[in-house]
Design a protein around this ligand. Structure first.
Ligand SMILES: *[C@@H]1O[C@H](CO)[C@@H](O)[C@H](O)[C@H]1NC(C)=O
Ligand SMILES: *[C@@H]1O[C@H](CO)[C@@H](O)[C@H](O)[C@H]1NC(C)=O
Ligand SMILES: *[C@@H]1O[C@H](CO)[C@@H](O)[C@H](O)[C@H]1NC(C)=O
Ligand SMILES: [Zn+2]
Length: 439
């Protein structure tokens, strides 16, 4: 399944950050870099919480969090030293995170369901825990919690890319900038650590939206509450410190693997809303022979010339030259067919907060446009395992899911001593795991 060349490619993406030349750092820095200071909140950006959101207090450390405070320069030794070099140790977490988790558990906000296991690559639960039940509601099995985002509004493509930054990101960023495309970059914490120049290009140069894709890319439902906390918290911390104090509002689980427990920790502790997808190019498997440029062209053509309800959230990656190329090839077809492109973190209109500072259920915003047409949703997806969460009464859920596929592969989740190996194996597991996601 994974030839040596694809493994080398993955390794290269993660071990050669120096290839991303310092030339990508813009010369027209305003208030962001190199010593990042608090920048003015853009009224347009929807990817981070307002300053009064409760989650800010979880990431303010030392003297950094005030309007005149400064943060270590992104990429500097002081910056690098502040974060785990590989899988975070959940016995050494900031007390504020642990306290917030304990508080949420005591308040009954975190469902007490057991972690899954991934023997054979398939996250499974102990007997008595049905992944399709409202109690578990596993996104891997396409159970949709109505508070999560799977679809875009009618006529909209919610643009986003996973697994960056990598050595292939700069080409994509250049293309996005040239075409004034706003996208959400679901970043892996250790990839930010190893590729600060590409991170800075995404944040400063192209002003991309940032979202959390965990620290080392595990199957999140397999983890303990504290390990979930560590994976999300450290990714948010490095983003916070590297953006002058911005707290991201969205995350996407690796392999789309989330459930009621994991999503509750993300939302209730950190204020993160979950974004999944409704179509998958399988572009992550281009370098391993899983799919071809031609196959992607064919799927893309079908989606882009098909019905506009619901809008598209397509799983795409900044993981290889080919995956970036596949996107660039498809872009003119998106425009020709009248799609409106929006950063997927921007598709929820307006800032709607609950009393406690978390985001209100904004599903209505999305379903208002998609529900009317769900009866005419393409029949090509019938038979997929998608189903609505029991609480979903909006009619917006389950009208369209990722196409089902018979592909599957077994994978083991590598644990490792060295950071580099850990990163590589995480990505190999990513690629392998995606096969399951489709299965
Ligand atoms: C605010 O930032 C300044 C400059 O970095 C620092 O000296 C000061 O201690 C900070 N104050 C607080 C209350 O964090
Ligand atoms: C973006 O435009 C610049 C300037 O015209 C060009 O050099 C660069 O190759 C373009 N990037 C892409 C990916 O097309
Ligand atoms: C598919 O390939 C054809 C031929 O190269 C090209 O004209 C078309 O724009 C491509 N479509 C997509 C969606 O990439
Ligand atoms: Zn991923």
């Amino acid at each position: 399944m994974f030839g040596p060349s694809s493994l080398r490619l993955l390794a290269a993406a993660l071990t050669l950050p120096a290839l991303v030349s310092a030339g990508f750092l813009p010369v027209h820095d305003h208030d962001h870099a190199p010593t990042t200071t608090i920048s003015k909140l853009s009224p347009d950006a929807k990817w981070y919480h307002r300053r009064d959101h409760r989650a800010h207090s979880l990431f303010a450390r030392d003297a950094a969090d005030n309007s005149t405070g400064s943060f270590p320069a992104v990429g500097s030794p002081a910056w690098s030293a502040a974060y785990p070099q590989s899988t975070p140790d959940s016995s050494k977490l900031p007390q504020a995170w642990v306290d917030a988790l304990n508080q949420a558990v005591q308040a009954g906000k975190i469902p007490n369901i057991p972690p899954s296991t991934t023997t054979g690559g398939n996250p499974t639960y102990p007997s008595g825990y049905d992944p399709m039940s409202s109690q578990v509601c596993s996104a891997t099995y396409k159970c949709r919690n109505p508070d999560d985002i799977w679809d875009a509004p009618e006529g909209v493509i919610g643009s986003g890319f996973d697994d960056g930054p990598t050595e292939f990101s700069p080409e994509l960023y250049s293309f996005l900038k040239n075409n004034s495309i706003k996208a959400t970059h679901f970043m892996i914490g250790v990839n930010i650590l190893t590729d600060p120049a590409a991170f800075t290009q995404a944040y400063v140069d192209i002003q991309g939206d940032l979202a959390v894709h965990t620290y080392t890319h595990p199957y999140m439902t397999t983890l303990s509450n504290l390990d979930v906390l560590a994976q999300l918290g450290w990714t948010m911390q490095i983003m916070y410190d590297s953006t002058g104090g911005k707290v991201p509002r969205y995350w996407r689980p690796p392999y789309g693997d989330s459930d009621e427990r994991v999503r509750a920790i993300a939302l209730e502790v950190f204020g993160l809303t979950t974004i999944i997808w409704n179509q998958d190019t399988e572009d992550w498997s281009l370098t391993s022979g899983g799919t071809t440029m031609q196959a992607i062209n064919s799927s893309m053509t079908q989606w882009l010339t098909g019905p506009k309800t619901p809008g598209l959230i397509i799983l795409e990656h900044e993981l290889s030259a080919q995956s970036v190329q596949a996107y660039m090839d498809a872009y003119p077809v998106m425009i020709q067919n009248g799609w409106k492109l929006q950063s997927v973190a921007g598709i929820q209109d307006g800032d709607i907060y609950r009393e406690d500072g978390s985001i209100l259920d904004v599903d209505n915003t999305v379903s208002a446009t998609s529900s009317g047409a769900s009866t005419s949703a393409p029949s090509t997806v019938s038979g997929s395992p998608s189903t609505a969460h029991s609480a979903s009464t909006t009619g917006s859920s389950s009208s369209r899911a990722s196409g089902s596929s018979t592909g599957s592969v077994s994978t083991t989740q590598a644990s490792s001593a060295s950071a580099r190996w850990s990163i590589n194996s995480a990505l190999v597991a990513c690629v392998a795991g995606m096969f399951f996601t489709l299965a």
